[in-house]
Ligand binder design. Structure first.
Ligand code: DP6
Length: 361
C-alpha cells in the first residue's frame, strides 16, 4: 500500500453527531526505532511487545458544525480536566492527518482521555494516546463510509497513529508488532505496523514486563529531538543495519524459543539506543544511577539463578524487566525484595504481553 491508498473517496453517509471510545495499550520495543526521515518514516525497522495493563482510554465526542471554517474545533480533557498543554500536540496531529481524514474541520470534537498508569510516571503515553485517538477518528470515518473493510480500518489506524508518534503505530493490533520495511518480514511497511506472523515459541507467550519507575520526572530531551540527532550521527548507518540484522536474529529466536539468544539481542538493543544518545552531538544521558544499579543486579541475578530475566530501556531512566511467564514467581519476589528500593516511592508496574486496542461499548 502507498500513502495515496489512505486518501478516501467521497463519503456515502451523513453523520450528525455521536461518540466512540477506544482503549489502547502502550508497547515496549525489542528492536528499537531511533532515527527517522521526513513524514515520520522510520530509519530502521523495529518490533515490540504490546502491553496489556498500561493503557490510555479515549472518548471522542463529535458534532457536525454549522459551517466549517479554517481551524480545527476541539476541546481536550485529561483525567477529567481541561489540559491546554496537550493542545499543540493534538493540533499538530490533526494538521498532519487532515489530508487523509478530510472531514476533520466539519466537526466540533471533545476528546476525553485518561491513562491506567500513574500520572507523570515517566511512562511515555504518546504510543497509547495517539493510537487511541487514531482509532476513535477511524471509527467516525467508518460511520461515514460504512462499506469500509476491517483490514483497511486497522492499517489506516496504525498509519494515522504513526503520524502522531512513530511508536504509536505498533499499539493497534497484535502481541508482537513490526513497523518498518524488512526484507524477510511478510507485509512489513514503513507506513504502518503489522502483527508479526512468523512462528513464535510458547516460551514467549504471555511474556512479562515489570516496569521499574526509577525517575518519574519529565525527560530532559524529548524522543522527537533525539531522533533528529540521528540525522548526522557518525554511527547511524551501522546502527540502522544492525537493527535489520537483529530482526533477522529475533525471527530465528522466536521460532526456536532460545531465551538466552533473546536476552542478548534485547539488552544490546537497549544499550545501543542509549549509546546513540551518548554519542550524538549534542550528547545526552537519560540513564540515572539507579538505572545502572538495577542493570547490574539483573546481571547478578541471572548469574546466580540461571533464570531468564533481562532488561530493556525506552528513551528514559525507567527499566522494563522482561521475563518468561513460567519464571514469574521467583522473579517477582526478587523484584520486590531487591529492586523496588531503586524505584521512586518503591513503585513498579506489573504488566504482560497483550493483544492490542479494544473498542469499548
Ligand atoms: C526509544 O515514538 O516516542 O521508545 O515518533 O518522535 O513520537 P516520535 O518518537 P517516539 O520514539 C520512541 C522511541 C523509543 C524506541 C521505540 O519505541 O521503538
Amino acid at each position: 500500500m502507498t500513502e495515496k491508498d489512505f486518501i478516501p473517496q467521497p463519503y456515502s453517509a451523513v453523520v450528525e453527531e455521536g461518540e466512540v471510545t477506544w482503549q489502547s495499550p502502550s508497547n515496549i520495543a525489542l528492536v528499537k526505532y531511533w532515527g527517522k526521515l521526513e513524514n515520520q518514516l522510520p530509519a530502521n525497522p523495529s518490533i515490540s511487545f504490546t502491553l496489556n495493563n498500561c493503557r490510555t482510554t479515549t472518548t471522542l465526542k463529535f458534532q457536525k458544525r454549522e459551517k466549517s471554517d479554517s481551524g480545527f474545533d476541539f476541546e481536550l480533557l485529561f483525567e477529567g480536566e481541561k489540559k491546554d498543554s496537550f493542545r499543540p500536540k493534538i493540533q499538530e496531529f490533526l494538521k498532519r492527518v487532515e489530508p487523509f481524514l478530510p472531514f476533520l474541520k466539519d466537526y466540533k470534537f471533545r476528546i476525553e482521555t485518561s491513562n491506567s498508569f500513574p500520572h507523570s510516571s515517566g511512562i511515555a503515553s504518546s504510543a497509547s494516546g495517539m493510537s487511541a485517538l487514531s482509532l476513535c477518528l477511524m471509527s467516525l470515518e467508518k460511520q461515514l463510509d460504512p462499506e469500509m473493510k476491517e483490514d483497511y480500518f486497522i492499517r489506516k489506524s496504525s498509519f494515522l497513529a504513526r503520524l502522531g508518534s512513530g511508536s504509536a503505530c505498533r499499539s493497534i493490533e497484535g502481541d508482537l508488532v513490526v513497523w518498518g520495511m524488512h526484507n524477510s518480514i511478510y507485509q512489513s511497511s514503513d507506513l504502518y505496523g503489522v502483527p508479526y506472523r512468523g512462528e513464535v515459541h510458547d516460551n514467549f507467550k504471555n511474556y512479562r514486563d515489570t516496569i521499574l519507575l526509577v525517575d518519574k520526572g519529565e525527560k530532559q530531551v524529548s524522543s522527537t529531538l533525539g531522533h533528529g540527532l540521528m540525522n548526522d550521527h557518525p554511527y547511524a548507518e551501522t546502527r540502522f543495519r544492525q537493527a535489520h540484522d537483529n530482526l533477522d536474529k529475533l525471527k530465528k529466536i522466536f521460532r526456536s524459543g532460545d531465551l538466552e539468544g533473546f536476552i542478548k539481542i534485547v539488552e544490546s538493543e537497549a544499550l545501543t539506543l542509549h549509546a546513540m544518545m551518548m554519542t550524538s552531538q549534542p550528547y545526552f544521558l537519560l540513564m540515572k544511577p539507579n538505572t545502572l544499579a538495577i542493570i547490574n543486579k539483573v546481571f547478578e541475578f541471572r548469574q546466580e539463578t540461571g533464570l531468564h530475566l533481562c532488561f530493556t530501556l525506552d528513551a528514559g531512566a525507567n527499566v522494563h524487566l522482561l521475563y518468561p511467564d513460567s519464571e514469574k514467581e521467583e522473579t517477582l519476589m526478587f523484584i520486590k525484595t531487591d529492586l523496588s528500593k531503586y524505584c521512586q516511592g518503591e513503585q513498579y508496574i506489573e504488566d504482560h504481553v497483550g493483544n492490542g486496542a479494544k473498542k469499548l461499548a
